[in-house]
Design a protein around this ligand. Sequence first.
Ligand code: ARG
Ligand code: ZN
Length: 893
Amino acid sequence: PTIYRQDYAPYPYRLPQVRLEFDLAAESTRVRSELRFELAPGSAPGTPLVLQGEDLELVEVRLDGRPLDAGEYQLADDTLSLIPPGHGKPFTIGIVSLCRPAENTTLMGLYVSGDKLFTQCEAQGFRRITWFPDRPDVMARFEVLLRADPAAYPLLLSNGNLIEQAALPDGRHQALWRDPHPKPSYLFALVAGDFDCIERTETTRSGREVLLQVYSDKGYREQTRWALDCLARALHWDERRFGLELDLDRFMVVAARDFNMGAMENKGLNIFNAAYVLADPDTATDAAYRGIEAVIGHEYFHNWTGNRVTCRDWFQLSLKEGLTVFRDQEFSADMLAEGLPPAEAASARAVKRIDDVHTLRLAQFPEDAGPMAHPIRPDSYQEIGNFYTATIYEKGAEVIRMQHTLLGEAGFRAGMDEYFRRHDGQAVTCDAFVDAMESVYAQQNPGQDFSVFRRWYAQAGTPRVRVSSHYDPAARTCRITLQQQCAPAGLEVLRTPPVEKPPLHIPVAIGLIDADGQPMPIRQENGTRDTLILELRQASQTWTLTDIPRAPILSLLRGFSAPVILETDRTANDLALLARHDPDPFARWDAVQETAHRHLQDCMRAERDGAQPPALDTLLAIWRAALDDQALSPAYRTRLLALPAVREVIDRSEPMDPQAAVSAWTRTRQALGARLAQDWRAMYDSLVDEGGPYSPDPVSSGRRALRNLALDNLLAGKAPGAVDLALAQFRQALNMTESLGALTALLQHAPQDAAGPLADFHARWHDDPLVLDRWFGAQASAPGCTVAGVRALMALPDFSLRNPNRARAVVFRFCLDNPGNLHTPEGYDFWAEQVLALDALNPEIAARLSRAFDNWARHEPTARAGMQAALQRVLAAPSLSRNVREIVSKALG
Ligand code: ARG
Ligand code: ZN
């Protein structure tokens, strides 16, 4: 059954007040709810009241205190409905129901993780706790009473403020929580169990003292200090950058070992995947530290963008997710740049931008080209759990970022202020946000509006922007023409009449450099500038730049000013020049990437045609220059010197040819490593740890990243002594970044030498689940890990499919990061088998894995047939979840 955005109808009732009582136990939990309903303005008295419920056992229903008999309400598969009294006055529904947390392997609703109880309600998990109007536009004040055995569950947490705690005569204890802020059910949370906790107080900018707490498994207290520190920094950053203050006296973060996603922004009680909370130098990599900062920031920022202003319906998901991703990206960038002089700050911020764009191209561009392509505001879905996508999140953030680019920092801030002035406390649509931004844009640009820009919310697919330029030396002008076009995305190709794709409003940031690599300022009415934003709104537009003394080379899409694919006639020489001299650090990196991509595709073509492999010289020269450029930060150089991910290479090939891409990529890595071995060795030696305590700061972590990259290249190039270097680094590692860097490099390039380190690593860390995930992941993604190898990993006693982190470390890593072994007949069988095995436990996770074959139809015939058969096998399986069915049927669509 497909749900359509067009079909939205407001809920006929309002629900000002909710009281919930929980008798918590793992086997069976009893929930008593009291829901105080009022007729919504405009609805008729006696309109049927429909509540959602799933996997629940009903004990009783009361209306204004009177028990109803079975004839007075209707119980269907997933709903409970009744006709309220005709008097039209407020009434109270009381429901008692049971749910079974220990049997709940979906990790939605109330579930058991370890010996603790957690909830996950977004998007539609609350209905697995009790019958309720489980939709985001019904906002209620919650009062929650939790009762449990104090031996098993000494700590009882829910949203808001702790009102009272007491021992009960029957030996149990109870805690009463009241959340002063009305909220939709998806933001409800409870946690029960035994935890360690660290806390600190912070003073908000208005002078209030607030308590910040981080809860973790017993014995992991010391691993939560970084998360608490990030939380405090997020709090103050949101005050500084957006003027947004914490509206609670107490803000809690709790780490859960079993969690479907990264984390969840429940009001005042964020529940996190432990992977985004726990860190210390011995167990967490530098990247993990930054990941924690980003996710702590993300969930904290949701308190305003998501909780204070929430979504009217789930089609508006990007209203909160795109905006909050944009905010967490900015937070991370500001943290990297903090305290640096302007030029270095720009490069530090660019590192974050590069990583974000890399993610977008790796995950979102393929999505936008496949059967799951959807606008950032989808028009329909079958299962909302399938729409927590790279498009909603990452492309959504790009659409927010373009508004930031068009308005400027001050204008964007004014738009945000206006958004909150208009909508604080409401559940709204994406239009509400664009309207607020447009009000500022229209002031800045009289006569202009966002009517074309809005199409970004409605259109799927990655637009292509074709750039052509013409320099006229006599007139000293440069004419730049931009043309845009967006092909039908995914299943749109099947539609008749064809889907219309009107032009979008695309900010294209450009700059000019001359043949010596010198920047050429661009003259405008109000002075000259280095970067100009061209606002493309039509299918084709031309700009003429004046006073250009020499023929320029175009630096395009600086800072990745729009989520588009560029088509240019820039030559290899143009790119090489930009790769060395573009003052925009993003565009410079992109020029290197583009050069590498062209080389890799040339390799694949040569291999296919039995021709000589293309010369490596251009790329080699660029890399050598980057290796030698001491002015660049190590973190930035690490990005410049990274080959595109093999998945991007596969995605660019036409038809997609995983085996050919893997082989071209592997050979290129080897060749680059071998040819630059001396440079890499010098680099490796120069980056030796300078001693002192570990710090995840950008400079130290940048040095470690570049050193690990050097090691990887030395091993890839089979440089003499490289294996010994890796073994020594592993033995002497001062932190997880060094130790995992060595282990990974060995597994990738010298697996026969990895056995000892693998055994040592396991012996030391088998008790720490997150570190053990690393051990599994490094092996599952190694080119030497065949299907038999991954099956052997899954046969180990440490493996469990029920724990999403472990499933991701082994099954997902194999299916996503080991294309050479996945794209085999056994690999396709393995994928189908794992999708089905997971689906029986956790449909949401199974559906994510099922997405790995989205783009089967774009593959060369052998892979294509193998993937298609595997998809068909999954679709034919009995009792498929709605989640997997949607993905697989759309893929085969
Ligand atoms: N809102 C959460 C976030 O911060 C994600 C929750 C997704 N839940 C789910 N069951 N898919 O992004
Ligand atoms: Zn989010």
